[in-house]
Ligand binder design. Structure first.
Ligand code: ATP
Ligand code: LTN
Length: 335
């Protein structure tokens, strides 16, 4: 890249609900780490989003710190990227209100995540419904060019693009239109016990996911118990969803192609494959867990980092919000 050329911006976020798990890592965070050198990156802990489901206040606060430490342990480098707690930047909520006024009910009614969550949740609140608008505001505030996420966020990102385009057309060019960045393989990691539904960090059954902080013995047990099928050969075949999913996980952590993995296991048994897979996951997560244990208790360091992130993020966000308020006709704030 030409030195005078401005770096493009990457933005992504995860809600602090449940235990960060390998699906979040494979689908999103591994790409976050890779993109840090080429892009200016902003990585959010979207705590306002997490309020759309019931939370225990003290657990939520602890979990936010734990997520920040896990971001760092996974390789997010605070010298290169901003780590920001969404609620530390009021402009997220402010822009959401403006975007609410250009979002159609029909668009939100079509959101599959809302439909899925409202089937499972008793607490179907307005926040859950307008969740995708808050997400659009996260992205558009920072004029993000690229948004690394798992495949489940494609529809939300489409809405962000539509809202940006709608605003730009109604007023004048204001928002960058963001592109999704979804891994070709590993964009949709499935549940270990029910491989027809996606792996989810808030799943009530911990056997369905592997958390980044799971102990080696737990990882081995969960992989051994993972549902496969009654065949005996190791084949990368979408019609065998349990095994297909395990090969995707194997491939993500070993860097080997599914076809090479198939070849390595010709004539071998499921148990051989599963033992190796567990070992590969354990080895990949070990350095993350080691690093995590060093930083998690250093609240002073984490707070300092968050303050730095918040100050820089507020500056970027306020530039966009000021522009938006001017364009829609709000009276300028007297300072
Ligand atoms: P929850 O169960 O709390 O709703 P989740 O596991 O679905 O959580 P999110 O916080 O919604 O995770 O998503 C964090 C990031 O991980 C997003 O980029 C999302 O696309 C990605 N992601 C979530 N689930 C998967 C999955 N099964 N496979 C790949 N990527 C995923
Ligand atoms: N909705 C996302 C989390 C999220 C996000 C964002 C992702 C909130 N704001 C901005 C990318 C960019 C999810 O994964 N459930």
């Amino acid at each position: 890249m030409d030195k005078t050329e401005k770096k493009k911006r990457v933005l992504s976020g995860i809600q602090p609900s449940g235990h960060l798990c390998i699906s979040n890592h494979i689908g999103a965070m591994k790409n976050w780490v890779k993109l840090q050198d080429e892009y200016e990156c902003v990585y959010l802990i979207v705590d306002l989003h997490s309020l759309t489901v019931n939370q225990n206040p003290s657990e939520l606060r602890q979990r936010c710190y734990s997520y920040i430490a896990q971001y760092l342990a996974c390789g997010i480098n605070p010298d290169k990227s901003l780590i920001v707690v969404q609620s530390h930047v009021p402009a997220h909520a402010e822009l959401t209100w403006v975007l609410n006024t250009i979002t159609y009910l029909g668009e939100l009614n079509r959101m599959t995540q809302f439909k899925d969550k409202s089937k499972k949740e008793k607490n179907i609140n307005l926040g859950l419904y307008t969740y995708p608008v808050l997400m659009a505001s996260d992205i558009l505030l920072y004029q993000a060019d690229l948004v690394p996420v798992g495949a489940d966020q494609k529809q939300h990102l489409e809405l962000s693009r539509d809202l940006a385009h709608r605003f730009n057309t109604k007023y004048s060019p204001t928002f960058t239109i963001p592109d999704p960045f979804i891994p070709k393989q590993g964009g949709r990691i499935m549940s270990l016990q029910s491989p027809d539904s996606k792996m989810s960090k808030s799943d009530d059954n911990p056997n369905n996911y592997i958390a980044l902080l799971d102990e080696p013995s737990v990882i081995l047990k969960k992989i051994k118990r993972a549902v496969t099928d009654s065949n005996t050969d190791i084949k990368y075949d979408e019609s065998r969803p349990g095994l297909y999913n395990l090969i995707n996980i194997y491939s993500a952590y070993s860097g080997q192609k599914p076809s090479d993995i198939e070849n390595m296991y010709i004539g071998k048994m499921y148990s051989d494959f599963k033992n190796d897979l567990a070992e590969i996951i354990i080895e990949s997560l070990q350095p993350i867990q080691k690093e995590y244990s060093k930083i998690f208790n250093d609240k002073e360091y984490l707070d300092k980092l968050l303050l730095d992130g918040a100050i820089k993020a507020r500056y970027i966000a306020s530039k966009t919000l000021t522009k938006v308020y001017r364009k829609i006709g709000l009276v300028k704030k007297i300072r």
